[in-house]
Write a protein that binds this ligand. Structure first.
Ligand code: SF4
Length: 423
């Protein structure tokens, strides 16, 4: 079957779309193995001309829309166009379908929504579309038809990740990504043992209760095989390499011996989620189980091991105040990260923090539009939007966000935000 995949995702620092995602890449490999002909287009906003151009050459028989949790509006308008002009059946998946399948089924032309990890559910469903004799119920795929809404349970998790094929990358134009960044991304596992309340991990874990082991890892041999294959395939790009590498660490799980081992293995940059300097926000709201002392110790240990650090922080979270923003800026000046990724807080659908914001009436009426314009998704009475915007501007002026971020880019970014707020 000819399938056009729409990857609908937010604009992140103007990175090109489509963007490689390991889970979607694995799905594409599985579909390719079953003989489906695949085309892929990425949308970060409503681009009808891009859609038209994508549909014409591949003559799809079906659209699969992989929709990010904060892209419902872009998805609705794009699928409206498909329904009115192309008359193609649409199946959806991705984080929006997982967190709100009923809403996905109300999008124009959508006949099915695949929830959670799509390896078994979506692949089986598309086999059924190709050949209805495959069976009636497909676990993990919600359907709406004349008889109403069918909500079958989820299938079991794939516990042996080595049994899955390596993720498809060429459809994402991965060679261009490697040329641009010099980095390859390797997903070594699925599921996370932490339960931060600003993240969808906990919600998805609950969906899979009693459906198998949630935290899973690929074997080292399987990961090394993939790295070797990538180096061969993108041999023209001399900077394709695993070492040095960059990783994401939890500050409450770091000590000096671990940092030394990471440095010996070639770790050059570590991303650390500091999120806030307030214990109330970080631990009572976001359930991070992380103290300021642990944050300071983690940055010190990484610096001692000669690993550069990138702190990720949210501004404008539940219970944020001018005082807590000042504490955050002071903490960052104390721990001195090399880079700071400062973000306006947006409550992700399905998270505990979103429920809290909803119960307190803090959700912003402009909804996900706030996310796409780099503004807070909640209205905290004790922390006006102008205060958050000023703190964001200050942090982005004082700390680079990316390695090699020059002063003029930071300056124009700040200027852009000023104009955005005035318009
Ligand atoms: S934010 Fe927390 S729960 Fe989510 S993946 Fe990271 S460590 Fe795990």
């Amino acid at each position: 079957m000819r399938i056009l995949i729409l990857q609908i995702l937010p604009d992140v620092r103007r990175k090109p779309a489509p963007r490689f995602e390991a889970q979607l890449g694995t799905l594409l490999s599985l579909l390719g193995q079953r003989g489906h002909e695949l085309s892929l287009v990425g949308l970060t906003r409503v681009e009808l001309s891009t859609l038209k151009t994508a549909v014409a050459p591949c003559l799809p028989q079906l659209i699969y829309a992989d929709i990010h949790a904060v892209c419902a509006a872009v998805a609705r308008r794009s699928l409206q166009y498909i329904q009115e002009h192309e008359f193609l059946p649409v199946v959806v998946g991705g984080s929006l379908a997982t967190l709100d399948p009923a809403a996905c089924l109300s999008l124009p032309g959508v006949q099915a929504a695949a929830i959670g990890e799509p390896d078994a559910s979506l692949v089986t469903y598309l086999e059924r579309v190709k050949d209805p004799a495959v069976g009636q119920v497909v676990y993990g795929v919600w359907l709406r038809d004349e008889s109403g809404l069918a909500r079958p349970q989820l299938p079991s998790l794939v516990e042996d990740l080595d049994s899955l094929p390596l993720a498809e990358r060429d459809l994402f134009d991965y060679a261009a990504h490697v040329r641009r960044t010099g980095e390859i991304e390797i997903a070594v596992g699925r599921g996370c043992p932490q339960r931060c309340a600003y993240c969808v991990n906990r919600t998805v874990e609950r969906l899979y209760a009693d459906r198998g082991m949630w935290v899973r890892r690929r074997s080292p041999e399987n990961v090394l095989d993939e790295i070797r294959g990538l180096r061969d395939r993108y041999a023209g790009a001399s900077s394709v390499r695993f070492l040095p590498f960059r990783c994401h660490l939890r500050a409450n799980q770091i000590d000096e011996p671990l940092c030394r081992r990471l440095a010996q293995a070639g770790c050059r940059v570590a991303d650390i989620e500091v999120i806030s300097a307030s214990d109330l926000i970080r631990n009572d709201v976001f359930a991070m189980d992380l103290s300021n002392q642990q944050v300071a110790a983690a940055f010190a240990a990484l610096r001692a091991a000669d690993i550069r650090t990138r702190a990720i922080v949210y501004l404008g979270a539940p219970y944020e105040s001018e005082a807590s923003l000042d504490e955050l800026i002071a903490l960052l000046h104390r721990v001195k990260p090399d880079l700071v990724d400062a973000r306006a807080y947006y409550p992700w659908p399905g998270t505990g923090a979103m429920k809290l914001a909803h119960q307190n009436g803090w959700l912003h009426p402009r909804g996900e539009e706030q996310y796409h314009t780099d503004q807070c998704g909640i209205d905290m009475p004790a922390c006006r939007p102008a205060v958050v915007a000023a703190a964001l501007k200050r942090l982005r002026g004082e700390f680079p966000a990316e390695a090699g971020d020059p002063w003029w880019r930071r300056w124009t970014q700040s200027l852009g935000q000023v104009f955005q707020r005035k318009s």
